[in-house]
Ligand binder design. Structure first.
Ligand code: WQD
Length: 331
């Protein structure tokens, strides 16, 4: 059985669906700090069977011990964590406390129950301002904000944990830019308040919840002056986690993978693709660059393809259509 921490969140819930499709049993712990209990019902609708759910904080070792006592956990996929770059600059103490101490609590309880397999939700943000494109897993890592530093520090903690106990099997998955939603329209990206990320902001403009999109900077050294990112459909990303779980069953030790498509799209390309899907509902204005943004970021996805047998298949149209469909359904 697999424990999904933060399993009612955006990436976690989509991974739960793909794990169920692949025949895996799982249990979810979530403190609902950035997710909604309604997602549990939606997951049960999609999967067609009850979801085992524990409401609680991953720092609470009592709850973790209860979960590991009541369930035969073989692996943990650790999604739970704060993830807003801008918020992390304003609240570094909370970010370090939450993101690092949840991980340490998990590792202590896993050790107590002799559970060896751990998949960590890392991020391309650990590459900072990469020296060139595409980005390879052996590139230097650095961080430009507390959120990114928590990901970097946790990767280092996991590497040290592996040196201390090389019977552990650990997969560090570095996500590029997850977007899109499950085809049912029942689950998707649904951040609280005003979205930081591009796609949920676009979907709320397209559905009239926000007036227009501000495009942060059109003077970058890119094809059209706007920022370029490697957008990956969240259902492809979820499949990448299933492949990583299978990989850990082969006792590979500690492994690191980019989860991206290898193709970069600019903000304007994303807006234009979305407008083709929704009938030109996305109005936008150019605004100053957002502090901390980099101009271009996209992955070399070859290592995950070679070693995990993972390759993203969904295209920009799928990403836009599924995001739009979720936002329309998401009252
Ligand atoms: C994408 C592009 C913006 C909003 C962040 C985190 C990363 C991961 C994904 C958690 C950029 C532009 C955005 C808007 C805009 N998060 N943009 N107007 O910054 O690449 O990555 O989210 O794991 O760790 O760093 O994603 O969606 O915020 O921005 O013009 O209202 O869209 O400038 O070029 P980002 P994003």
């Amino acid at each position: 059985m697999i424990l999904l921490t933060g399993g009612l969140g955006y990436i976690g819930s989509h991974t739960a669906v793909e794990l169920a499709e692949a025949g895996y049993d799982f249990v979810i712990i979530d403190n609902l700090s950035n997710s909604k209990i309604e997602v549990k019902d939606k997951l049960e609708q999609i999967i067609g069977s009850p979801i085992k759910f524990y409401k609680g904080d991953v720092q609470n070792e009592e709850i973790l011990t209860k979960i590991f006592t009541e369930n035969d956990i073989d692996a943990v996929i650790h999604f739970a964590g704060y993830k807003a770059v801008g918020e992390s600059v304003a609240k570094p103490i909370e970010y370090y406390d939450n993101n690092i101490n949840t991980t340490l609590a998990l590792l202590r309880v896993m050790r107590k129950f002799n559970v060896k397999n751990f998949v960590f939700s890392s991020s391309a943000t650990v590459y900072g301002r990469a020296k060139s494109m595409p980005i390879y897993e052996d590139f230097e890592v650095s961080a430009t904000n507390p959120y990114g530093r928590t990901k970097l520090f946790i990767e280092e903690i996991l590497k040290d944990a592996y040196v201390a106990d090389n019977s552990l099997n650990i997969a560090l998955l570095r996500y590029f830019n997850p977007v899109g939603a499950h085809k049912s329209g029942l689950i998707g990206e649904n951040p609280n308040g005003i979205p930081n990320n591009l796609m949920p902001y676009i979907t709320r403009v397209a559905t009239g919840k926000l007036d227009h999109l501000n495009i942060f900077g059109n003077d970058y050294p890119t094809k059209d002056g706007t920022g370029v990112r490697d957008y990956i459909h969240v259902c492809d990303l979820a499949l990448g986690h299933v492949k990583a779980v299978k990989k850990l069953e082969t006792a590979p030790g500690l492994v690191v993978y980019n989860l991206g498509t290898g193709t970069g799209y600019s903000v304007l390309e994303m807006v234009n693709a979305f407008n083709e899907v929704c009938g030109n509902k996305v109005k936008y204005e150019f605004a100053p660059r957002r502090p901390g943004d980099i101009d271009v970021c996209y992955a070399c996805p070859d290592k995950a393809e070679k070693e995990l047998g993972f390759k993203a298949t969904r295209n920009l149209k799928d990403m836009c259509e599924s995001s739009y469909n979720f936002e329309i359904n998401n009252k």
